[in-house]
Write a protein of this length. Structure first.
Length: 449
């Protein structure tokens, strides 16, 4: 191609891209609701969970961008020490806009996430079922939304015992059908841990699995029945969907309980997560192929990427599957745009029983119907779309068999024992007062940091 003509073509492409970015971020004043695709959220869907549900999830289609973390640490998992001054921040957007009266309640749970048979006064000081009063309207956004937030513990309610907890958020008049359920843990440090995270002991799995061995060292808390009253849970990247339950000590050595297994405590190492950056709409970040303005809003088309099943491991910083709502240019909570993000996986067509999903914290670590990818015969690839608020996101492509509830990341992402993963080990003990007490917790990673 003639050099002048090539330069002219490149300038035209850049101009089109910049103009698209400008359109996606060029609203001012009040929120604008122009040709918004209302199929993205239904008028009412308060029938998917009840007041006994403890599974994390968003149960109303109009609820988006749920964040729950210790104040000042948006990428830290929701764990808090008993009687600590630390508080959680809980926030979400209602895409119906306007003002609704949402409430939240706090419930204590057993070690295996059944609601405890306890009165509120036995685990909470203060009042339950509080109204969410921090409410603000979006400003200057194509998609109007109302932003709700609250902190817990607060002056009105504080947990008085350790253990597993859930927060249920519900709309006034729908107290038996929560819109959001999130889990958190209140812990005591009555024991210590000595971790040994390493590649799998099983030779055939050594290259792609990680083994979580550890010793639990009792200190201030007497443990009389380690095989019936003591329960341990191990989580990878704070995922409850693939947590390992039911581990018992291999042997007891004085005040140390040794958990050193060959297979029972192994996780797929998986791979470092893929990512995309929507923090600014002034430019197309790395990994974005194009940006286009359409009647229903701004569309970000990610660069098509191949499966990584057999690729060699490459070190890459990630946030272990999480996401961070953030806007580099405007207020993150109230002035961030919602964007149609398009995903592409380049791979061969799979059998009719194989389903491909976008997967990570952005889908609540669940196989959501809206995150299922569809085979495009023309482009010979899998394609999907999610409606997301501006921020920074990790994700992966997961494979699930139709009719099954569990899937895996390794089929498309590969699995390596060198992958950096966070691990959490929680020790519960059946307290004589009738609840599962968290007597210790370990935060570490695959490098034993």
């Amino acid at each position: 191609m003639n050099p002048d003509k090539q330069l002219f073509t490149s300038l035209i492409s850049v101009t089109i891209l910049v103009f698209s970015v400008f359109l996606c971020n060029s609203t001012t004043g009040k929120s604008i609701n122009k040709d918004v695709d209302n199929s993205l959220f239904s008028e009412n869907s308060y029938n998917l969970a009840d007041e006994t549900s403890t599974i994390e999830g968003i149960y109303s289609d109009n609820i988006h961008s749920v964040s729950f973390y210790p104040d000042g640490a948006p990428l830290v998992n929701p764990y808090i020490a008993l009687n600590s001054s630390q508080a959680f921040v809980f926030s979400f957007d209602d895409l119906h806009g306007g003002y609704e009266n949402y409430f939240y309640r706090v419930l204590h749970c057993t070690h295996d996430w059944e609601i405890s048979d306890m009165n509120t006064s036995e685990f909470l000081r203060g009042f339950n079922d509080q109204s969410i009063s921090e409410v603000d309207q979006s400003f200057g956004t194509r998609q109007p939304y109302t932003h709700y937030s609250f902190s817990f513990p607060n002056d009105m309610a504080q947990p008085t015992i350790s253990g597993n907890y859930i927060i249920q958020v519900y709309l006034e008049g729908y107290s038996e059908s929560p819109s959001i359920i999130k889990r958190f843990v209140v812990y005591e440090e009555l024991t210590r841990f000595r971790p040994r995270i390493k590649e799998s002991t099983i030779v055939s799995e050594r290259r792609y699995r990680q083994e979580v061995d550890f010793d639990l060292i009792k200190a201030e808390y007497p443990i009389f029945d380690a095989y019936d009253a003591l329960s341990v849970v191990v989580l990878q990247n704070n995922r409850w969907d693939n947590a390992i339950y039911g581990l018992q000590p291999v042997y007891i050595k004085g005040s140390e309980f040794v958990y050193d297994f060959d297979e029972e405590n192994n996780f797929d190492g998986n791979n470092e997560f893929r990512w995309f950056d929507l923090k600014s709409l002034r430019y197309a970040a790395l990994g974005t192929d194009s940006i286009r303005e359409r009647k229903d809003g701004c569309h970000h088309f990610l660069t098509p990427t191949p499966r990584r099943t057999y690729d060699v491991y490459r070190t890459q910083q990630d946030i272990n599957g999480k996401f961070l709502i953030h806007n580099d240019d405007f207020d993150s909570a109230l002035e961030s745009q919602y964007i149609h993000v398009h995903f592409y996986l380049q791979t061969e067509r799979l059998s009719a029983l194989d389903e491909v999903y976008i997967f990570g914290a952005l889908t609540n670590w669940d196989y959501l119907p809206q995150a299922k990818m569809i085979w495009n015969e023309r482009t010979q690839r899998y394609e999907g779309q999610l409606y997301l608020k501006q921020g920074y996101y990790n994700y992966g492509f997961a494979l699930k068999q139709r009719g099954k509830t569990e899937g895996d990341l390794k089929s498309f992402e590969g699995s390596h024992s060198q992958t950096q993963n966070d691990y959490t080990v929680i020790a519960y003990y059946a307290d004589p007062r009738g609840y599962d007490r968290v007597i210790g917790i370990l935060f570490t990673d695959s490098f034993n940091n």
